[in-house]
Design a protein around this ligand. Sequence first.
Ligand code: ADP
Ligand code: MG
Length: 303
Amino acid sequence: METILTINNLDKRYGAVHAVKNASFEIKKGNVYGILGPNGSGKSTTLGIILNVVNKTSGNYSWFGGRLDTHSALKKVGAIIERPNFYPYMTAHQNLKLVCDIKGIPYSKIDEKLDVVGLLERKDSKFRTYSLGMKQRLAIASALLNDPEILILDEPTNGLDPQGIRQIRDIIKHIASTGTTILLASHLLDEVEKVCSHVVVMRRGEVLYTGTVSGMTANEGFYELKAADMQSLKSAVQSHPAITATEENEDKLLAYLNAPLSGSELNRYLFEKGICAEHLILRRYSLEEQFIQLTSNTATTNQ
Ligand code: ADP
Ligand code: MG
């Protein structure tokens, strides 16, 4: 699969603030990537660096396998990283004509892209009469004018009402279905879960996970355990090779798995160590639980 963007050990400091720490990940053609992380985790800074509007401190990135320099590569990129900004007293169509003039794009693209974002009927309305959702959709149309290979969006649904959010998400999914690669930054877990095939989880500038969204949830899960002697339960569980970490949760011990382990196997293992489990339940994480677990540091790792 063709690589669109490779990021290697990217680092950014704003004075004392270490905004991006040694981040590495790859964007492959045809996938929908979400950079997911709480506010302040370095998502916008990362996007700013690869779009050449923020200077990196160290590390590197390359577009399209390094075949193009950043300037030529960015001609094949559509990006919206700021609030949509158009001329308020001009119509949507007039605004996009200006964009075509600046970028050397034929006007025939305008209606095609307005149709993609559902604004064709409103193309002769002045920008100032648009709702926030329509403004955002116009920005997407504008970013699509040059038929980019990748569309980059920073918090595409921020500030929108539920209907506006749904429209934007449907449009992104539709654009992805036509083969355009997408990279979006969002602090919203459900957005990434609903829209993206792949996820890069960031926290305080660090990349914690990269992989498929389904890979993040399709894990082995964890056991909830309880026994009369919690201390010996814990040490027995920690020495089992399929268990990577344990965590105490109220009166239960949570044991996280890195390999399949059936309840009867675990029960037998504990019994052989002289422990009778009173409670033994296998659970799997939702993406939300995975995310919370990744972005907090409560679990104690054995390795
Ligand atoms: P996110 O998009 O994930 O919310 P940002 O990349 O905007 O995160 O910010 C990451 C960190 O860098 C935050 O601590 C933020 O305050 C800081 N930061 C972002 N932009 C600047 C800037 N221009 N000057 C100083 N600090 C900044
Ligand atoms: Mg941001």
